[in-house]
Design a protein around this ligand. Structure first.
Ligand SMILES: [Zn+2]
Length: 667
């Protein structure tokens, strides 16, 4: 019996260590937070019941370390404890009961309810009103010194003495660094375009950005911070809530929607409200934090090892649905990366019908032990495509067999390869049809050459044998195009004209279009700006490349490899002969008609793409801003702008202009 318990404890520890590693080091997770917490809870209960099996390195003893050896380590003055979790209203009643028993039946106390932002924790130290140090949670005892990076976050004040004078000479304020959902979505679109795998969730993206080695890059990630707890020997009041109000008056961004309540039933009301209302927030929240307000009572309640007794977090369960896995497709991307995608029996989830879900890669599939015919749970997180979080073992049939991952490319039959550092398998055949078609589709795409050609035309040109590389596009003849299904004189003429116009597309977009791995639109822009011509870029060495904004070693190496390849050099030379732009054309700022104006753009537009409009604004001295605030000058409204946006615009009294108005203004 005892040996069985020991075995169980060891099994749970191994599982949790493995999931920790997946989560913190690999930035992927194969189980949901809920399941992780259930495993941790099971282990904690066993350890309490059987203290003889306690171990100092048990996963229950640490809050998960995110220490990066590149940063210096700082010991926290006050340890950064992590909160106990529950998914269960009944356990919140127990929490309340424990506090009442501890403080006595007649104790008078209030709770503060806060939204639990899904970001990464930070502790800020202020001396004489100036930000002195910013440290991550780390292992709770010590964390990474990320002061330089934190300084790039605009909502973290550098100096509060301009706002007020009544703050303590030294204090710490803690909170959460997070990435707005919209910034996260854009980041993932950019990564996908550059042939990289998308980030798993905004939390990983925020913590990754906070730990970039170059703080200029951190700044570009548009992080935000909410601060929610103050510590000092000289706090202004004895109430956590009131202290936060003070912090707010000193210029700190404290969370909106924080509420002080008198009873646990009011806490439940708060939870019920936010369980639905959270969908309208600009940030992801994953639960509610409940704290005892009175600091003296907090101190009396104290902590149990790693968590305080005076606070708890209630986590929302992610919406999930159970359905049947019908089959798995292996998709081949333009870089040759293989992505397994699950075909599901259609099921309703969060208001939409889900038929497909991502399975990421072979490791994830193995960890899930997912098999054809299994009943699987799908969950919708920050991602566009839902993911499978676990299977339902009780519904597995006796005939089910272990899933065999593809060994050969489903499109060309070449044996797949996988390097040690990569999570995905690759098809190494440069002549693999979906890779070629993918490269051409990328090249003609709107953000690259913007050639008037859809997926079907690319396929037809490829199947007919006319276009095998992007350079072949410029050798197309009218006769060839007319031989394709559905093309007539007029449409053939249009296509040829569009190809002709693409020769005026600026260098940075050509550079993006040629599809160097890891070179997305932003990186291409930076490279074009730095090197001016493709020849300079082709001759650059690793050191020169890595000195450019946002270019790390991995991108630099990819650029070098690209130009080392003989076939690529031939393609570039042919494109040069065709007359494409391989040099930056310095354009003076067209005008300063929009000088200093900050403009928010929203919706879809008839005459120009959003990117083109942004370029027009920049060329005329204006500034593109991503969200509406008091200091916004113009709101450039296209079609399909939501009513809530307009409400905000009107609230701030911002002038609304149309696309035509803008074009008139810069004329
Ligand atoms: Zn292939």
């Amino acid at each position: 019996m005892k040996s069985e318990i020991k075995e169980k404890i060891e099994f749970l520890r191994a599982e949790l260590h493995r999931h920790n590693h997946n989560y913190y080091v690999l930035s992927t997770s194969v189980i949901s937070d809920y399941e992780y917490d259930m495993l941790l809870k099971e282990l904690a209960e066993l350890e309490t019941k059987y203290p003889e099996f306690d171990a100092p390195d048990s996963p229950t003893k640490r809050v998960g370390s995110d220490i990066n050896k590149e940063f210096s380590q700082v010991r926290h003055k006050y340890p950064m404890l992590s909160l106990g979790n529950t998914y269960n209203i009944g356990e919140l009643r127990d929490f309340d009961g424990r506090i009442r028993r501890f403080l006595g039946e007649n104790a008078d106390y209030q709770y503060v309810c806060e939204l639990k932002y899904d970001g990464t924790a930070i502790s800020l130290n202020y001396k004489n009103g100036k930000l002195a140090q910013a440290v991550t949670r780390g292992d709770g005892e010590q964390g990474d010194n990320v002061t330089d990076n934190a300084r790039t976050i605009r909502t973290i004040p550098q100096d509060i003495s301009a706002f007020s004078k009544d703050f303590p000479a030294e204090f710490e304020i803690r909170g959460e660094v997070l990435m707005p959902r919209k910034v996260f979505d854009n980041l993932n679109i950019e990564r996908t375009e550059a042939g990289e795998s998308p980030m798993a969730n905004p939390r990983n993206a925020a913590s990754g950005a906070l730990k970039l080695q170059n703080s200029a890059q951190t700044a570009k990630r548009k992080l935000d911070a909410f601060l929610y707890f103050m510590m000092s020997e000289n706090l202004p009041t004895n109430s956590h809530y009131d202290n936060l109000q003070r912090a707010k008056s000193w210029g700190f961004k404290t969370p909106d929607h924080t509420r002080r309540v008198n009873t646990i039933d009011e806490v439940f009301e708060f939870i019920n409200y936010w369980d639905t209302a959270r969908k309208d927030l600009e940030y992801d929240i994953d639960g509610i934090v409940i704290k005892v307000d009175d600091l003296t009572l907090q101190e009396r309640l104290g902590a149990t090892g790693k968590s305080p007794r005076w606070a708890i977090s209630y986590k929302f369960k992610a919406e999930e649905a159970c359905t049947k896995l019908l089959s798995v497709d292996f998709q081949v991307g333009r870089t040759g990366a293989i992505t397994p995608v699950a075909n599901l029996e259609p099921v309703q989830l969060a208001g939409t019908v889900v038929k497909r879900a991502s399975l990421h890669n072979a490791d994830v599939m193995r960890a899930l032990d997912v098999r054809i015919g299994d009943s699987v749970y799908v969950e919708k997180g920050g991602e566009i495509i839902p993911k499978i979080t676990r299977i339902e073992p009780s519904l597995r049939t006796a005939e089910s067999v272990e899933f065999q991952y593809a060994t050969h490319c489903p499109e060309c039959g070449t044996e797949l390869v996988r390097s040690d550092e990569e999570a995905n398998h690759y098809c190494p055949n440069p002549n693999c049809p979906p890779q070629i078609k993918g490269k051409i589709e990328h090249f003609v795409g709107r953000k690259a050459m913007d050639i008037n050609m859809g997926e079907a035309t690319v396929k037809a040109l490829f199947d007919a044998g006319y276009v095998k590389t992007i350079a072949d596009l410029y050798d197309l003849s009218r006769e060839q195009i007319l031989k394709l299904d559905g093309f007539k004189e007029k449409s053939a003429q249009n296509l040829l004209e569009s190809l002709g116009e693409s020769k005026l597309v600026p260098f940075e977009r050509v550079l993006f279009g040629i599809g160097i791995r890891f070179v997305g639109a932003t990186v291409a822009k930076n490279l074009a700006k730095a090197f001016k011509t493709i020849d300079n870029l082709a001759n650059a060495d690793l050191e020169t490349l890595t000195h450019i904004d946002e270019i790390g070693e991995r991108i630099a190496q990819s650029v070098i490899d690209f130009f080392k390849n003989e076939e690529n050099r031939i393609i570039i030379n042919r494109l040069k002969s065709a007359g494409l732009q391989f040099e930056i054309v310095e354009t003076e700022s067209a005008s300063d008609k929009l000088k200093g104006a900050s403009i928010v753009l929203s919706g879809t537009f008839a005459k120009h793409s959003r990117d083109e409009l942004k370029a027009i604004i920049e060329r005329n001295g204006g500034k593109n801003v991503s969200s509406v605030s008091k200091s916004t000058d113009y709101f450039l409204a296209g079609d399909k702008v939501g009513p809530s946006k307009f409400a905000k615009v009107n609230e701030f009294g911002i002038k609304i202009i149309s696309e035509d108005d803008l074009l008139e203004m810069v004329k």
